[in-house]
Design a protein around this ligand. Structure first.
Ligand code: HEC
Ligand code: HEC
Ligand code: HEC
Ligand code: HEC
Ligand code: HEC
Ligand code: HEC
Ligand code: HEC
Ligand code: HEC
Length: 408
């Protein structure tokens, strides 16, 4: 392409886009990568790309094998989709990942364009910016993470996604690089109504701009102070929160069997509905209540007050989980409902899930309920939950009783 005719180039690529790749479609120029101001720019990897306008396709695709007679950096020869680097290193079946394992990490990592991205806990949950991972690569290199090899494998084998081939990038299962928009905005912190994600069943459109959590009986948790998620500018009913239930349950539903390499087993199924086996307590299953109240409503605010009006809450998956990775097990967020977890959620802890549960549930109530004689603690049978006896602080891993698929 000639450097002198950027307008013509943009026109031509749009024509190319609409005729040769109908599945791509949509508004590339409205996407984050296509943005002329802050979009994709490979200049830090190869200085000669200064001649291309920011946002030009050439920052990711190499239409020619050489630029002024030399192969552009990084020099890898031909890559699928004419990308400047192979999409994914399928030999990397577990983290830690490096830049060279995934095409996207060239800019969403520590090299190249170095795009700064906060995790969900900071971007939308009220954690201080800079307190967590600062790039997508760093987010995936934590204690728990969405394993990219398993995603690539799952999407590749799934006949519902014929577009996803062995040469596809695992990030593409959740993001369309030609459509994904900046879902955060420095001028409007946490402005969430521009979506960064697409569902793998409908990769040619964004998910979450029209689909919101307000479609459910949802109560947005606090971000900080009395301000709601996302990022303190959310509305209590979730009208500013993308429908992450619809997004995540595209894969995590009662039908799909999903292998996890990090956990070395198939995942437990997640049932956010009301029918079928063990609908989840945090999903659409009606609130059950129990015979003991101890004078304290069991939920913390904002749920306590809202519970009088909403007789059942459906939580968003991202109320508890990060989408990419976390310092906690199971992608669990480090900050939930307006406060940092008092300590990490660790499989080795004596009360592993307690730091998470007490961000929304009243601890005194929790304690009393588990010790109600004849209810959860048949008299004397303390070892049901305290393997070394009732005077010992060790509790049987909460995860023996509390997980998706167990109706507790
Ligand atoms: C941020 C990087 C990036 C930018 C910028 C970008 N693309 Fe892509 N493009 C990709 C990736 C990654 C894929 C492969 C998607 C997958 O995983 O299946 C792709 C795939 C494609 C394909 C399908 C090719 C095939 O072999 O199936 C076409 C066509 C395409 N891009 C055109 C464009 C055009 C035209 C532009 C500019 C308007 C553009 N792209 C800008 C990253 C980018
Ligand atoms: C399982 C689905 C999934 C996969 C796989 C995934 N993401 Fe995401 N990603 C999300 C969701 C959901 C969000 C929106 C919430 C957010 O912004 O944290 C997101 C947000 C983002 C953002 C914006 C973050 C911000 O808020 O500043 C970037 C950039 C991103 N992803 C890049 C990537 C890259 C690169 C990969 C592959 C290495 C990847 N994602 C893999 C689900 C996924
Ligand atoms: C050439 C560098 C480059 C490559 C390669 C690249 N990105 Fe980006 N990406 C950017 C830039 C720059 C932005 C805009 C950052 C901003 O909003 O300030 C961006 C934004 C995004 C966003 C929107 C959220 C945001 O922070 O604006 C998503 C989602 C995203 N990228 C995913 C991907 C995925 C998935 C891949 C690989 C298929 C990829 N990117 C490859 C440079 C790149
Ligand atoms: C494209 C399909 C897909 C989508 C969409 C998806 N996941 Fe996953 N998820 C997987 C696969 C495959 C695994 C197994 C790999 C692994 O354990 O990391 C997994 C694993 C997980 C795990 C276990 C992680 C671990 O190993 O500790 C959690 C938690 C999870 N996903 C939550 C979510 C949430 C929350 C969302 C929505 C933001 C989501 N997933 C969206 C495919 C998906
Ligand atoms: C109230 C908090 C909370 C919400 C909301 C939530 N999760 Fe979880 N999730 C957890 C906890 C805690 C675990 C770890 C339990 C365990 O050790 O198995 C977990 C584990 C998982 C796992 C791993 C399951 C396994 O095999 O062990 C997946 C997958 C997952 N969640 C997906 C989702 C999806 C999808 C949604 C939304 C539909 C969701 N979660 C909503 C708290 C939550
Ligand atoms: C983000 C806030 C949040 C977190 C974190 C959370 N919960 Fe909940 N939980 C709720 C809400 C809200 C309800 C009420 C749901 C409804 O109305 O159906 C609930 C309901 C329940 C119920 C069913 C109560 C009933 O009467 O039906 C149980 C059991 C429960 N949670 C256990 C846990 C456990 C165990 C943890 C920690 C692993 C946990 N929760 C973490 C918000 C949370
Ligand atoms: C159904 C499960 C369950 C049973 C049965 C049970 N406990 Fe507990 N116990 C818990 C949980 C959960 C906690 C943690 C509560 C907390 O830290 O707020 C706890 C905490 C305690 C503590 C406080 C430990 C500390 O670290 O502060 C004591 C003491 C205790 N239990 C004694 C008993 C005795 C005595 C019995 C038998 C009569 C018993 N428990 C039976 C679940 C149970
Ligand atoms: C032996 C099984 C068992 C173990 C172990 C256990 N729980 Fe529970 N827990 C239950 C049951 C059953 C309920 C449901 C009570 C109800 O809704 O009537 C419950 C309820 C809860 C609730 C909702 C409390 C409320 O006030 O409504 C929370 C939160 C909770 N457990 C957290 C924990 C934590 C944290 C641990 C580990 C430190 C733990 N549990 C260990 C069986 C267990």
């Amino acid at each position: 392409m000639l450097k002198s005719s950027k307008v013509v180039i943009n026109f031509l690529v749009l024509v190319w886009l609409s005729f040769t790749a109908p599945a791509v479609g949509g508004s590339y120029l409205e996407s984050a990568h296509g943005n002329g101001g802050f979009g994709a720019n490979r200049q830090p990897i190869d200085a000669r790309y200064a001649q291309y306008a920011t946002g030009n396709c050439a920052h990711c695709h190499e239409a020619h094998a050489s630029l002024d007679g030399l192969e552009p950096e990084p020099r890898t020869g031909a890559a699928p989709h004419t990308l400047f680097y192979p999409t994914f290193n399928t030999a990397r079946t577990q983290n830690l990942y490096t830049e060279t394992d995934n095409f996207c990490f060239y800019c969403h990592g520590d090299a190249g364009q170095r795009v700064i991205n906060q995790d969900y806990s900071a971007a939308f949950g009220g954690a201080v910016a800079g307190s967590g991972p600062q790039s997508i690569l760093a987010a995936f290199n934590q204690e728990s993470y969405h394993n990219l090899y398993d995603i690539w494998n799952f999407a590749g084998l799934n006949t519902a996604y014929p577009w996803f081939t062995a040469k596809s990038n695992p990030c593409s299962a959740c993001h369309n690089p030609h459509l994904a928009r900046r879902n955060w905005d420095p001028a409007q912190p946490g402005f969430p109504l521009l979506s960064a994600v697409s569902r793998p069943i409908a990769p040619a459109r964004l998910w979450g701009e029209a689909e919101r959590m307000s479609a459910y009986p949802y109560e947005a948790p606090y971000a900080f102070s009395l301000n709601r998620e996302p990022a303190g500018v959310g509305l209590p009913d979730g009208d500013n929160t993308p429908d992450y239930v619809g997004f995540c349950t595209e894969c995590h539903n009662p039908a799909n069997l999903i292998w996890s390499t990090p956990l070395n087993r198939n995942l437990r199924k997640v049932n956010w509905g009301t029918t079928g086996e063990t609908p989840d307590k945090h999903g659409a299953r009606p609130r059950q209540g129990h015979p003991y109240s101890y004078g304290t409503p069991p939920l913390l605010e904002p749920y306590r007050e809202a519970a009088a009006v909403k007789t059942n809450f459906v939580l968003s998956c991202l109320d508890c989980h990060e989408p990419h990775g976390s310092t906690n097990i199971m992608l669990l967020r480090r900050r939930v409902n307006g406060g940092d977890l008092p300590e990490p959620v660790s499989a080795a802890a004596a009360k592993p899930l307690l730091p998470l549960c007490v961000r929304c549930h009243d601890r005194g109530h929790l304690n009393q309920l588990h010790h109600e004689p004849g209810y959860l603690a048949p008299s004397g049978e303390c070892t049901l939950c305290h393997p070394n006896g009732g005077d010992q602080p060790e509790v049987v891993a909460c995860r023996q009783c509390h997980y998706h698929g167990k109706n507790l």
